[in-house]
Design a protein around this ligand. Sequence first.
Ligand code: ZN
Length: 116
Amino acid sequence: MVPECPKCGLVFGRLPGHWLGSWFLNICVVQLVVVLILIIGVAATWPEPPMWIIGGATAVSALVVPFLFFPYSRTLWTAIDLAMRPLDYDEGVAPGFVLDNDRAQLESERKAQPEE
Ligand SMILES: [Zn+2]
């Protein structure tokens, strides 16, 4: 993962320990997948569930799913973090097209008001 957005310059790791939240999301998803495989596997094959196959499938999913979900967990965590702690002006993010609209509005407001 690149350290910052190539388009707007948002630094993804905004604080030390920032990625702990993405680890937490990843662990939650892995445990959800493992439990779902267990429940569906046992329910679908009841009353004689093949526990070695179901256990193997849960073990394989516990090893594979963290790597598959890793980029999504970081993206999701970045979105959650931005929702919880909105960007500040001094974070160096170029707002892009929003800036042009805001600048035009700001200049029109400045023309309307005399300087103090
Ligand atoms: Zn960006």
